[in-house]
Design a protein around this ligand. Structure first.
Ligand code: SF4
Length: 362
């Protein structure tokens, strides 16, 4: 069936009726990996565990974990009967522990709801914790040998390049377009091998930064290759647009070269760390020194703005260097202010911008 892409036309592959299954299968027969532990004694349980382990984790890391897991829990019933602690212990070092918790919960549900037999239906599988449409597709196509598309990270990359699909796949319309292609290409025959082949192609040839297009079975029709820019696909996640907050930071030195720091409150950003006195953008720094800090200061220079980025906003800091015309050993509100000696630094926690700006001062 011809597919209309988001650019308003038929994709080249669809328009010319290009079918990739035969080429991909031929490549798989000759070059594909067939000795991975989960490619033997294939069962829905083994496919499922391998698919979950392979999420965000490389094959060579997964292999020993998969083998230990299968020795300890050879069936879904064994896994369901285990304690969560024991499952997490076996998972230790593999990371993303929610995967293990979901695996355990899903195993119990498969036993409770389906008497220990995985359903061969994408919707039913997708209701289980941690199983998305692609994992469900892998279980159905590889273990049950029924046509069901998959779209894991590797397949996404191959299809985005082959069809030059613009945009970040996390955007609904882009993801949908890729699913449409995945569906269009999934063959009726040898679907288990096709699924393995597409995952393999993405993992071994159509790699993230250096695709081996010269030996790829899809190179005749690959639009990204034709454009000369495979690495441009799939589109990157758009950077989060963070709000920007601004402030002035006063780097006040006394005649001995000590620098005034102020302790942050115990909650909020830089909690309990020491930082330069700070005031809002546009406020009068000298007046602030006189009225709030009881210091007669003079402005020495403005430094270039410095950006510190938190997860939820950018903080643009305008550093002002000031000088007070005396040794300023007398401390306002002991415990809250500190004249910091750069030659004999006090053992206090410094906020990141302080470290950066003190470095410049030194
Ligand atoms: S030709 Fe290159 S970019 Fe296109 S699918 Fe093959 S490896 Fe990927």
């Amino acid at each position: 069936m011809a597919t209309i892409n988001r650019k308003g036309g038929e994709s080249v592959a669809a328009r010319r009726g290009i079918e990739i299954g035969a080429r991909v299968l031929d490549w798989f027969d000759r070059h594909g990996r067939k000795d991975l532990p989960w490619q033997h004694d294939i069962s829905p349980y083994r496919v499922w565990v391998s698919e979950i382990m392979l999420q965000q984790t490389q094959v060579k890391t997964v292999i020993p974990y998969f083998e230990r897991f299968m020795q300890t829990y050879p069936t879904v019933r064994d896994l369901a009967a285990a304690s969560e602690d024991a499952v997490l212990h076996l998972w230790t070092g593999l990371g993303y522990y929610s995967r293990a918790r979901n695996l355990h919960r899903a195993a119990r549900l498969v036993c409770e709801r389906y008497d220990g037999v995985f359903p061969d239906d994408v919707d039913a599988l997708s209701e289980l914790p941690g199983i998305g449409r692609s994992t469900a597709g892998a279980i159905i196509s590889i273990a049950y040998r029924k046509p069901a598309p998959i779209l894991d990270g590797n397949v996404k990359r191959v299809l985005a390049r082959f069809h030059a699909v613009e945009g970040y796949p996390g955007v609904t319309a882009v993801g949908q377009e890729l699913w449409d292609y995945a569906e269009q290409h999934t063959p009726e025959q040898r679907v288990a091998d096709y699924t393995q082949a597409m995952m393999d192609l993405g993992a071994t040839l159509c790699t993230r930064s250096k695709p081996a297009c010269g030996i790829c079975p899809l190179n005749d029709d690959c639009l990204a290759l034709r454009e000369g820019s495979p690495a441009r696909y799939p589109g990157k996640k758009p950077p989060k647009v963070l709000p920007v907050k601004t402030a002035q930071m006063l780097i006040i030195r006394d005649t001995d070269g000590h620098v005034l720091l102020e302790k942050r409150p115990p909650t909020g950003i830089w909690a309990s760390l020491w930082i330069f006195p700070q005031l809002e953008t546009g406020a009068d720094a000298l007046m602030h020194c006189r009225d709030r800090l009881h210091l007669d200061a003079e402005l020495v220079e403005h430094w270039q703005d410095y950006r510190h980025t938190f997860s939820h906003y950018h903080f643009d800091i305008a550093p002002l260097v000031l000088r007070v015309a005396r040794p300023a050993a007398q401390v306002m509100e002991a415990g809250r202010f500190l004249w910091y000696n750069l030659d004999e630094p006090a053992a206090v926690g410094l906020a990141a911008p302080v470290l950066k700006l003190l470095g410049k001062l030194a």
